[in-house]
Design a protein around this ligand. Structure first.
Ligand code: ADP
Ligand code: MG
Length: 139
């Protein structure tokens, strides 16, 4: 059975372009409820830990530099079938391939600076949410 929580970040490019409000509005309009929310900035060590699964990929260095280039918004979201439905809402990793109306199609800059993160599984949603939020931050 699919879980009802996922984790997202509004990434530095979208924050820089003042898209926080527009993206949160799209998330709410799609039926997701915000369970936790934080405006913060990753250290290099935190970005390397968060994306450790990609450490052998050619784009890892670029990804870490980009993710520490400015502040982000981190959030835990709730909806039935949250992980899969949120991946549909954000669209393909490369905004050039993302479907019309998706967050990445509307707000992303490039395959690296692609506006938002979305967890890829229930297990990772729990791990990633726990990376940013204590139990007392989740309501
Ligand atoms: P997604 O975020 O869609 O789950 P991945 O988990 O494959 O995508 O990659 C994590 C992040 O790494 C992407 O969101 C993007 O910021 C960056 N990335 C992925 N592929 C590339 C690439 N080919 N070149 C540059 N950056 C990339
Ligand atoms: Mg991923």
């Amino acid at each position: 059975m699919n879980g009802n929580r996922t984790f997202t970040m509004i990434k530095p490019d979208a924050v820089e372009k003042n898209y926080i409000g527009a993206i949160l509005e799209k998330i709410n309009s799609a039926g997701f409820t915000i369970k936790a929310l934080k405006y913060t900035r990753l250290s290099r060590a935190e970005a390397e830990t968060f994306y450790a699964i990609h450490k052998d990929r050619p784009f890892f260095g670029e990804l870490v530099e980009y993710m520490i280039s400015g502040p982000i918004v981190a959030a835990i979201l709730e909806k039935n079938n949250a992980v899969e439905d949120f991946r549909t809402l954000i669209g393909a990793t490369d905004p050039a391939q993302a479907a019309e109306g998706t967050i990445r199609k509307m707000y992303a800059t490039s395959i690296s600076a692609n506006a938002v993160h979305g967890s890829d599984s229930d297990d990772n949603a729990a791990i990633e949410g726990g990376f940013f939020f204590a139990q007392r931050d989740i309501h």
